[in-house]
Design a protein around this ligand. Sequence first.
Ligand code: UDP
Length: 407
Amino acid sequence: MKPIKEYIPVVGKQVIDELYLVADKVKNIKVQNINSTHSGGGVAEILSRMIPLMKDLGISVSWDSLEAGDKFFTITKKIHNALHGLEVSLTSKEYDYFLEINEKNQKKLSTDSDIVYVHDPQPIALIDKDKGQGKKWLWRCHVDFSKPQQDVWNFLKKFIQNYDASVFSAPAFARKLNCRQVLVSPSIDPLSDKNKRLDQREIDSVLEKYGIDKDKPIITQVSRFDYLKDPLGVIKSYRLVKKYIDCQLVLAGGGATDDPNTIEVLKEAENSAALDKDIFILHLPAQSHLEINALQRASTVILQKSLREGFGLTVCEALWKEKPVIASAVGGIPLQIAHKYSGILTYTTEGTAYWIKQLIQEPEYAKRLGAHGRRHVANNFLITRQIQDYLLLFLSLYNQSDIVDLG
Ligand code: UDP
């Protein structure tokens, strides 16, 4: 992991100096993050980059994940889908099991830090009724629950309102709640293996490894194999384009230990791709960051055709690489893409196909979109900004007199 000082050439010295300044005020506060998995998906991606950087800034920060099995994660996946507005309902047994696993973890995990930072619904019920002296609880929501399924929402709301504050990724996600709500957008790490510069040799070697032709347009979507990421819709859009342009499609992604549907969705995508040799369905192991980086950089156009989305970190990742991105106008994606300026927002399979064709045929326009996109990410969605937001949020939980020593 790179020390925070190495970010100076990317974000400037002033940003790093300010981080040190705020970090100095937070360094006596112990922060514990709890989420559902160390591997797979955007939350783990961000925490794995942010925790070491916070430590380098002198913050006492830790990260624990829930201990749970498929039965629990099948239930939490339902909760996730319900928050995204899908018509799913949970039985009372399922709610009970959800609470039982939270309770077991609550007993196992030591939550003796000053701030317990709980991510997403899976561990939401860990919140200790008797908070203990001076202990603060934060709940971070990475999901778009602007139109949640009502029963699930009512169930979660009881817990959310117990927290000292809830943190959302986009203004549209906020709800009526009796606790403080804070807006903090997610971010990417420009120096991670996922996002750092690669030389052409490294990129070509990944294409060679998978037999992808670098001289033919490459359309890529990087995502967990999840229905909400619409891999089948991506294949349909590609087929519409393929009638006119000889191109290739890469669907690259793995799963997450808290997502039980990966194999089922992957199989459907493989069946749908059938015998088309220009469709590459790559089921990648966790930690394939360099390969994903190379695939994104090799792409002519990048898609994120999600039906629902939290923030959609993959959009940021692609824009940072100056790629033209075509993405659905859902969740946090419109925060990242201004239509026809820093990318393209679409609503349908046909619309996606139309824009793929346009961008392949108009490389100069596509390049401009990518350049604007990178600037937007540089100004808004780099990890240093998110660390700054979090440190200020931690500070804001205390009164001046509570905080250690403000000097
Ligand atoms: N990702 C990955 N390997 C995969 C699929 C996704 O490393 O096989 C990464 C992707 O690059 C991004 C994150 O996982 O950093 C996905 O975050 P996003 O917000 O796009 O979606 P989520 O999976 O959290 O719904």
